[in-house]
Design a protein around this ligand. Structure first.
Ligand code: IDP
Ligand code: MG
Length: 137
């Protein structure tokens, strides 16, 4: 199966009407969209998605933020999609993100940073199974 990445626009990006801007970047870069779905996550889905962060001091605020409105979930597919999308997204703290990246162009915060993207093919599989119940072909 071709490499996939689980990406979502966070509630700040949806509320700020950045969906089309972010979709456009991935579409024009050449990735295939396997899924594209606006969805309100459940508490359990957020805990499972951010399992590596649930004990962190910032987690309660992160969870409240992710649950504060719908997110736009995408499964993107293509050659080296995981690393390429992470480069297009930029670092976690948007103040460190270079212009030209999604966070560098569209955000100014470390918490409310517009977008999530899988950090490895293994994370992508786990995240896709969490949101879609199985891998997607
Ligand atoms: P990533 O989204 O760039 O992979 P992670 O370190 O995996 O960054 O953190 C997940 C998300 O948790 C971040 O995108 C951000 O929304 C939030 N977050 C991470 N670190 C902090 C922090 O120090 N303060 C507030 N929010 C944070
Ligand atoms: Mg991460």
């Amino acid at each position: 199966m071709a490499e996939q990445s689980l990406v979502f626009i966070k509630p700040d990006g949806v509320k700020r009407r950045l969906m089309s801007e972010v979709i456009r970047r991935f579409e024009t870069r050449g990735f295939e969209f396997k899924r594209l779905e606006l969805r309100q996550l459940s508490s359990d889905e957020v805990d499972a998605h951010y399992q590596e962060h649930v004990e962190r001091d910032f987690y309660p605020r992160l969870k409240e933020f992710i649950l504060s409105g719908p997110i736009l979930i995408m499964i993107l597919e293509g050659d080296r999609v995981v690393d390429t999308v992470r480069k297009m997204v930029g670092p976690t703290d948007a103040l460190d993100a270079e212009p030209g990246t999604i966070r560098g162009d569209l955000a100014l915060s470390k918490g409310e940073n517009v977008i999530h993207a899988s950090d490895s093919p293994e994370s992508a599989k786990r995240e896709i199974e969490n949101f879609f119940g199985s891998l997607v072909h």
